[in-house]
Design a protein around this ligand. Structure first.
Ligand SMILES: NC(=O)C1=CN([C@@H]2O[C@H](COP(=O)(O)OP(=O)(O)OC[C@H]3O[C@@H](n4cnc5c(N)ncnc54)[C@H](OP(=O)(O)O)[C@@H]3O)[C@@H](O)[C@H]2O)C=CC1
Ligand SMILES: O=CC(=O)O
Length: 323
């Protein structure tokens, strides 16, 4: 039996690769830099399956070079780099990796909040730089206990953050486009966007990037926040106007920003945000644990294999064209 032609952008775990090896002929681009378009388009000519990565824009322009494509999969829950409508028009199902990354991403999100509130990473710098002497101290952090955390985009990861916040004695409010049905169960309260901005001690962004959420946090929004507010973004950098965030931090309109995602991404050491002392940035590592990345990789392989065999993808975004 002939094998399926597959293009893989990025690294798969060995356990995921094993799933594909028997039935697929695989071309892999696992370098950090973006694959050049001419090479990608050449590989896609006879590809039946594609494993994409966040730096690849999957749209009609790309799909036009992939006449035999029958499935696309990606190791992420966010899919703002994928034009789902364009895939659907060509009856190509797109599979992502929700659920398996929820707890790891919630840990990192809450870790950013905790580390910035209690100056944990700055404490380590302080010790390493030999500044710890009798009588010397870091500027104090702030309590979590009794404070209000406001979640923008309360979905699967948001709910997991709620549990962590409540364990620290925090009150949780949230804003989505519509109120959830499980507020009694989660103990979080639905509020309007203005209320979230003005009443939160910690604002946590966990919404998907879309036309509606792009630059949702700009100059006006930062001005409405408490001057003591901590701003945490673990979703996508482009939900925030980076220039406005920089000015809000410099002008002390807010106290602190902790970011796992940025614009640009990767952010370079000469960027103005990096020079500030009231910022903590991690390199988009929300789901980056061995166990979680393995599960994501395996689910990606399962989504791909199912599509290649014209079987139903276990996790499909455009269900209307799932097999
Ligand atoms: N830093 C990292 O490594 C990671 C980042 N992420 C990011 O986190 C995001 C969230 O993931 P996950 O929790 O699984 O997703 P979910 O789909 O479970 O939750 C997203 C929530 O956002 C809300 N939302 C959507 N649009 C808007 C809007 N315009 N205004 C307000 N709320 C909105 C939705 O509610 P409603 O529809 O009612 O508005 C939904 O409850 C992903 O899209 C991804 O970008 C995810 C994993 C790792
Ligand atoms: O950013 C990561 C994702 O899974 O989305």
């Amino acid at each position: 039996m002939s094998k399926f032609n597959v293009v893989v952008i990025g690294k798969l775990f060995p356990s995921a690769l094993e799933k594909l090896e028997g039935t697929c002929e695989i071309k892999v681009w696992d370098k950090a830099e973006r694959i050049p378009d001419p090479l990608l388009y050449d590989w896609l000519q006879d590809a039946e399956g594609l494993i994409s990565r966040g730096d690849i824009q999957v749209n009609e322009e790309l799909l036009a070079h992939a006449p035999r494509l029958r499935v696309i999969a990606q190791s992420s829950v966010g899919y703002d780099n994928i034009n789902i409508e364009d895939c659907t028009k060509r009856s190509i199902p797109f599979g992502n990796t929700p659920e398996v990354l929820v707890e790891a991403t919630a840990d990192l999100t809450f870790g950013l909040l905790l580390s910035s509130a209690r100056r944990i990473h700055e404490g380590w710098d302080f010790v390493q730089q030999g500044k710890w002497a009798v009588g010397s101290n870091l500027p104090f952090g702030v309590d979590l206990y009794g404070k209000t955390v406001g979640i923008f985009g309360m979905g699967s990861i948001g709910k997991a953050v709620v549990r962590r916040a409540q364990a620290s004695g925090m009150k949780v409010i949230y804003h989505n486009r519509k109120q959830r049905h499980d507020d009694a169960e989660t103990g979080a309260s639905y509020v309007g966007f203005e209320h979230l901005l003005t009443q939160s001690d910690f604002i946590v962004v966990l919404a998907p990037l879309s036309d509606e959420t792009r630059n949702r946090f700009g100059k006006a929004e930062f001005k409405k926040m408490k001057p003591t507010a901590y701003f945490v973004n673990a979703a996508r950098g482009a939900i925030v106007d980076t220039e406005a965030l920089y000015h809000a931090l410099v002008n002390q309109e807010i106290a602190y920003a902790a970011l796992d995602v940025t614009v640009p991404e990767p952010i370079t050491p000469d960027h103005q945000l990096i020079k500030l002392t009231n910022v903590l940035i991690t390199p988009h590592i929300g789901s980056a644990t061995v166990e979680t990345r393995r599960k994501m990789s395996e689910l990606t392989a399962e989504n791909l294999l199912a599509g290649l065999k014209k079987q139903s993808l276990p996790k499909c975004v455009n269900e209307e064209v799932n097999y």
